[in-house]
Design a protein around this ligand. Structure first.
Ligand code: PLP
Length: 495
């Protein structure tokens, strides 16, 4: 026992004692259980003002130890008020990601083991479970066996890794020579104007630059325009530009539109271009047979990103990069200094060879626990319910005077607006922004927004494991109530 310091008499080799750990960890688990059961007592969107939380925390760290009990008290009193409750069943903003009980247990065990799954030998279970869990999900998604999954922290990193593999696939030897080498042609990536910003960021990181990303316009359903894509690729080739990757999305961020993947995959095949599909959100819906038509052609991709931390009830973070050519991915990233060399390297998977980071968390544990605890049917049923709630709400919005849907609803996300007769669009934009803020201020619901062809659209997405139809109906009730309050207010204000 190291000498005891300060108020904590239970220190043990620099850490707290097992007894204190057990007491406080039990307390934390009790708190977690109550928190998750009793979400309604919290406003979904944090009500703090900028700086409120920081003002309550000392500027410098404590020199002597503080009792864990007091720290947990402070978590509840100081930190919790500044939390926006992503696990709330009426968190309908962005993509409403959610944790789940087996996922939380997986995270707890993961931090207890504190495994770094960089090499097979640094925890064979972590590597092999990652292979198994990602393969289970591959089967659930109906993807061919050639796809191998690697878990990253985010879709941004998964897509970045896919682009590095695509760059490697060109055979331009950029890995060794860099982009400045000799007679390097200009490189091009193709995606739609609705693609997630992570694609452009990845292009910035790998030196292709924002100008190297062609954002192809979309049609009236926000799907990539195939004719423009075909023409643009041909023009680039004619001008000596090297196309390296096309990135259609299945479930774009603003509207969840689905690009014509099958046709794009044929185009890519014709020109030898790497096809990466961003299905970070939409991918989970492929667990439903009836949704598979939306995924037609994705089996032809070279790589696909699917985020279990978006719509598969997995606590953040867990993003899977499925790669049909994992040899190319490995060729792009493998770099083994002497201190990481192992005798078994050619017989096993060393996960450090398949991405940017060396150190990696044991994320497969939670995914494995979730798939087992819910079963493939349990997962599919919940996703099916979310989609049915979204379709039901879409019909209600369509049937309500002065409201309109701004985009089709292929998954569980709706974009709509309140559209009473108004002299112009900018008035409606301001009105809908006010409406969204008023709804969010109730604390009962959290919505976000997007802009489609200049129109401000309120975005409501359903993805929380605990969301029921009653939650969705309550959100719709509040939206209508606030819209009618705003109408009354506007009527009262002389122009
Ligand atoms: N791709 C799509 C379609 C998304 O909607 C998002 C985020 O919402 C991302 C990628 C980025 O995901 P991540 O936060 O895991 O980087």
């Amino acid at each position: 026992m190291r000498h005891e310091t300060g108020s904590n008499k239970e220190q043990c080799h620099g850490d707290i004692s097992p007894r204190v750990f057990k007491d406080q960890a039990h307390r934390a688990v009790d708190w977690i259980a109550e928190y998750l059961e009793d979400m309604d007592q919290y406003p979904v969107l944090a009500r703090t003002r900028p700086g409120d939380i920081k003002a309550k925390i000392p500027k410098s760290p404590p020199a002597i130890s503080e009792p864990l009990e007091r720290i947990i008290d402070d978590f509840q009193e100081i930190i919790l008020p500044g939390i926006t409750h992503w696990n709330h069943p009426r968190f309908f903003a962005y993509f409403s990601i959610t944790s789940s009980y087996p996922g939380i247990i997986g995270e707890m065990l993961c931090s207890a083991l504190n495994v770094n799954a960089m090499l097979w030998r640094t925890s064979p279970s972590a590597t092999e479970l990652e292979e198994v869990a990602t393969d289970w999900l591959r089967q659930m998604l109906g993807l061919p066996e050639q796809f191998r999954g690697v878990i990253n922290d985010s879709a941004s990193v998964s897509s970045l890794c896919a682009l590095v593999a695509a760059r490697e696939y060109t055979g331009l030897n950029i890995r060794e020579d860099g982009l400045a080498g000799g007679s390097m042609p200009q490189l091009r990536i193709y995606t739609s104007e609705e693609a997630h910003s992570s694609i452009e960021k990845a292009a910035i990181v790998i030196g292709i630059g924002q100008r190297g990303v062609k954002k192809i316009p979309t049609d009236e359903s926000f799907r990539m325009d195939l004719q423009v894509l075909t023409r643009t690729i041909q023009e680039d080739i004619d001008n000596g530009v090297k196309p390296i990757c096309a990135i259609p999305t299945i479930g774009t961020t603003s509207t969840t539109s689905v690009d014509p993947v099958k046709e794009i995959s044929e185009l890519c095949k014709r020109h030898g271009i790497w096809l990466h599909i961003d299905a970070a959100y939409g991918g989970s819906a492929a667990t439903l047979q009836e949704m598979r038509p939306l995924f037609a052609g994705w089996e032809m991709a070279d790589s696909i990103v699917v985020n279990p931390h978006k719509w598969l009830f997995t606590p953040i973070d867990c993003s899977i990069l499925y790669c049909r050519r994992s040899d190319v991915l490995k060729q792009a990233f493998s770099l083994t200094p002497e201190y990481l060399r192992t005798a078994e390297a050619d017989k096993v998977t060393n996960l450090m060879d398949y991405g940017v980071s060396l150190g990696r968390r044991f994320r497969a544990l939670k995914l494995w626990m979730i798939i087992r605890a819910f079963g493939t049917e349990g997962i599919a049923n919940t996703i099916r319910e979310h989609i049915s709630y979204a379709k039901r709400l879409a019909s209600m919005i369509q049937a309500t005077p002065n409201f309109e849907l701004l985009a089709p609803v292929p998954f569980s996300t709706l974009v709509f607006r309140f559209s009473p007769k108004s002299p112009d669009n900018s008035d409606l934009n301001a009105l809908n922004e006010q409406l969204m803020e008023r709804v969010n201020q109730t604390g009962q619901v959290f919505l976000s927004h997007t802009k489609l062809r200049g129109k401000f659209g309120i975005r409501l997405t359903i993805g929380n494991v605990k969301t029921t139809w009653e939650d969705v109906a309550l959100a719709w009730h509040i939206i209508q109530e606030k819209a009618s309050e705003l109408s009354d207010l506007n009527r009262g204000i002389p122009k």
